[in-house]
Design a protein around this ligand. Structure first.
Ligand code: NAD
Length: 435
């Protein structure tokens, strides 16, 4: 780790605070952290301006013939935030809450996340404003293919590589890959990650984000001199990230005393039986009706007296309204943006150690990177190799951030942003501005 990331002479950036309209706007949440790190880095104004703007924003109208013969037109976005370090990398979400602002924020987050763990990628994100639960499988397929056709100019293993995100999955990635391949005239597996293993996906990808959360938790406990076995944890969100993290933390001897999802939360001070809970969700699609503990609310889960709180559901769950009630010693952000910028200072005053999202949940994009590498090489790794290399990268990322946080006497989030921004800024300086 270089000792000082600050530039020797240039002016300190003066962030335009007037732009921050309200706490829960994700782009503002991201930008306020970006500004703080940019100030501490003495980032020169030119690069500051470049990094505050996405490279490209595409909005497409997506006509889809519904099963009943009607035609509906959906709106989709793809934002390429930054490609200075390599091809853009970022998921596609199908959701009723998709906005261009949200997609922009998520694309910027991907840029910083890839840089924190030093992957040779930039950041992007895509989203289609729709309610996927109201569409049939064939409608979803037509929507996916037409959206892919709409943004096809940006896609490609060397330019922009999507992955699954909220309400998209392996099957959706298979359609994106097929549509792209049909357009270019040959099979291109490396155009998406998070594909089925049978068609170029990577072993270990499905578990990678939860595994990364487990590794981050282990590092954080070790850093604070706390034993791993016997610590307690509460996990909000019991989908891909939350359930895998719960299982793997359980293997490490952590007692998971609460889990929660959209339907309810369950508390059991002796430890929730995670395998039973996973089986329940597999059968019933939610925790509703699970009898492995007492029912509590999601707000109560966030305020439990535990060693580790792992929000792994959605954005903006720890805000200025409830941050003071959090009693955990460590927060490991499995979700993207679970803590608002206004809550950061409250958590810091309380001495809570936060492993920020751009580090804690980077396991997913790390194994996506492995998938892209394997596709390009046409040579596939065993799951053990994937998991070992994931551990190396997550551990190194965690230690780089810790070093920087000590050096600059800042918290983990600010240090993670400083590390990411300095890496992206360095490449901009080296490449210069094309004109
Ligand atoms: P998922 O859809 O598999 O699971 C989401 C879980 O959150 C579900 O259990 C759902 O019931 C719960 N949830 C939704 N709304 C809730 C609410 N209001 N209160 C409590 N629980 C609620 O999604 P996932 O893939 O596990 O992703 C979870 C988070 O992790 C998201 O923020 C996502 O962006 C982030 N993330 C995921 C990955 C990945 O590889 N899957 C990678 C990085 C970050």
């Amino acid at each position: 780790m270089a000792t000082d990331l600050r530039l020797p002479a240039n002016k300190i950036v003066r962030p335009d605070k007037d732009r921050f309209l309200h706490e829960e706007n994700p782009f503002e949440a991201m930008m306020s952290r970006f500004d703080r790190a940019a100030e501490l880095l003495d980032l020169e104004p030119g690069i500051y301006k470049v990094l505050r703007h996405p490279e490209k924003q595409i909005t497409v109208s997506i006509p889809v013939q519904l099963d009943n013969g009607d035609v509906e037109v959906f709106t989709g976005h793809r934002v390429i935030y930054n490609t200075s370090r390599g091809p853009a990398k970022g998921g596609i979400r199908f959701d009723t809450a998709v906005t261009l602002e949200e997609v922009k924020a998520l694309a910027a987050w991907m840029t910083w996340k890839c840089a924190v763990v030093n992957l040779p990628f930039g950041g992007s994100k895509g989203g289609v404003l729709c309610d996927p639960f109201k569409l049939s499988v064939s409608e979803l397929e037509r929507l996916t293919r037409r959206y892919t056709a709409g943004i096809i100019q940006t896609l490609g293993p060397d330019s922009d590589v999507p992955a699954p995100d909220v309400n998209t999955n392996e099957r959706v990635m298979a359609w994106v890959m097929d549509t792209y391949s049909m357009h270019v005239g040959h099979t291109v597996t490396g155009v998406v990650t998070g594909k089925p293993v049978e068609m170029g996906g990577s072993l270990g990808r499905r578990e990678a984000t939860g595994r990364g959360c487990m590794l981050s938790t282990r590092e954080a406990l070790q850093h604070l001199g706390m034993p791993v076995a016997g610590t307690t944890a509460a996990i909000q969100g019991f989908g891909n990230v939350g359930s895998v993290a719960a299982r793997l933390l359980g293997f490490e001897g952590v007692r998971i005393i609460a889990i929660g999802d959209r339907s309810c939360a369950i508390h059991n001070s002796n430890g929730v039986d995670i395998e039973r809970a996973i089986e329940h969700v597999r059968k019933h699609r939610s925790l509703e009706g699970f009898d492995g503990g007492d029912l509590i609310t999601n707000e109560e889960l966030l305020a439990l007296d535990v060693d580790v709180l792992l929000p792994a559901a959605m954005e903006n769950v720890i805000t200025s309204r409830n941050a003071a009630k959090v009693r955990a010693r460590i927060i490991v952000e499995g979700a993207n943006g679970p803590t608002t910028a206004a809550a950061d200072s409250i958590l810091e005053e309380k001495g809570i150690f936060v492993v920020p999202d751009i580090l804690a949940n980077a396991g997913g994009v790390t194994v996506s990177y492995f998938e892209w590498v394997q596709d390009r090489a046409g040579y596939f790794w065993s799951e053990d190799v994937v998991n070992d290399r994931l551990r190396e990268i997550m551990t190194k990322g965690f230690r780089d951030v810790i070093d920087l946080s000590r050096q600059h006497k800042v918290n983990m989030r600010t240090a993670a942003y400083m590390l990411a921004i300095s890496r992206v800024a360095t490449v901009h300086r080296l490449r210069g501005i094309y004109a």
